[in-house]
Write a protein that binds this ligand. Structure first.
Ligand code: NCD
Ligand code: ZN
Length: 339
């Protein structure tokens, strides 16, 4: 198969930032119809009014159909969340355990303090997106997702069985198994977790552009993720988690977490699905399963991917005096989006 025409895809987990960085990166997601926009700005997007104003800035920066989220804190007002969802301002609420990742200091430490919000969301049908890692200093970074499943997610699911959940950027076979055991729960998978494992990041030199959270795991987990993504199971869909950081912040003694994949996500995914002999399932993963999970229509136009010469993507994009380095899998890619 050298050409593939499919429904226009969506990105169910995207970081666009704000200001100059927003203006630089928003056009890079142009092949996607909609995207769930993460709220971890500094300060975070915590009220419906802030989400509406951020939505307007995203649209002005050139991404026409953002789906906004609120950042859940221990002081989030349940009425504001439910109203923002009823008004069509937000699509979901994002839960970051405090300290789990980039700009997550205002996240949740004590889950008892968000019970009322979760109960109100459950009653009103507001979806919750989860960054699924515990943050206790005594838990090894490679175990933080698996521990989150038993310590947080299983009790949360039992307490709120009707709350619509998306487990974001799953990275382990344990998470894949947990999702399969809980019908109705959705899970996003990133490009980098399908393309790489921790050896790619750490063997033969430390590669900061492979560093993201949740951190890349061993190859057996990468295999489980590739199997889930290419299986055709509707619980699994694309969330790139494309997360721009200035090159100097990545190439640093204390590297920021995040891989920037928006520009070439679709060719990279076509490469993965071809390797798995599953190109016929790419459309489900990137264009159909996400809308079904969120109860939204699929996009009505299409895109075409074609296979040909070596994809010539830039090493960096310019961002108003700074640069953002693209995730480079380290081997040639031959798929292109036909513009
Ligand atoms: C994200 C970011 O930079 O905002 N970083 C990352 O490594 N994925 C935050 C996140 O989604 O965890
Ligand atoms: Zn993210």
């Amino acid at each position: 198969m050298n050409s593939l025409t499919i429904r226009r895809p969506d990105d169910w987990h995207l970081h666009l930032r704000d200001g100059d960085m927003l203006r630089a990166v928003a056009p890079e997601s142009r092949h996607f119809g909609r995207a769930i926009i993460m709220p971890n700005l500094v300060p975070p997007v915590v009220t419906g009014a802030q989400a509406a104003s951020y939505r307007d800035r995203v649209i002005a920066a050139g991404f026409a159909r953002p789906l906004m989220t609120l950042y859940l804190t221990e002081t989030t007002d349940p009425t504001d969340v439910v109203q923002a969802h009823a008004d069509g301002i937000i699509t979901a609420v994002k839960l970051y355990p405090a300290g789990a990742t980039t700009n997550s200091a205002s996240g949740v430490s004590n889950f008892e303090n968000v019970r009322d919000v979760l109960t109100a969301m459950e009653a009103a049908g507001v979806p919750l997106c989860l960054h699924g890692e515990v943050t206790d200093a005594d838990i090894d970074i490679f175990d933080r997702e698996a521990r989150f499943l038993d310590r947080v997610l299983t009790p949360l699911r039992a307490a709120h069985p009707d709350l619509k959940l998306t487990l974001e950027h799953v990275t382990t076979s344990e998470a894949v198994d947990w999702v399969r055991a809980h019908p109705g729960v959705g899970a996003t998978i990133t490009v980098q977790h399908l393309m790489a494992n921790r050896n790619d990041m750490l063997a033969g030199g430390m590669r900061p552009h492979f560093y993201c959270l949740p951190i890349l795991k061993r190859g057996t987990h990468q295999t489980a993720l590739r199997q889930a993504a290419t299986s055709g199971e509707a619980q699994f869909f694309l969330g790139t988690d494309s997360a721009p950081h200035p090159t100097h912040a990545k190439e640093s003694a204390c590297c920021s977490a995040g891989c920037f994949t928006a520009t070439h996500a679709l060719p990279l995914l076509a490469h993965v699905f071809e390797e798995e002999d599953a190109l016929d399932r790419l459309e489900g993963f990137i264009s159909l399963h996400g809308p079904a999970h969120y109860g939204l229509p699929v996009n009505d136009d299409t895109i075409t991917l074609s296979k040909g010469s070596h994809l010539d993507f830039p090493a960096r994009i310019e961002a108003y005096g700074q640069s953002v380095t693209l995730f480079d899998p380290g081997h040639p890619i031959h798929w292109h989006v036909v513009d």
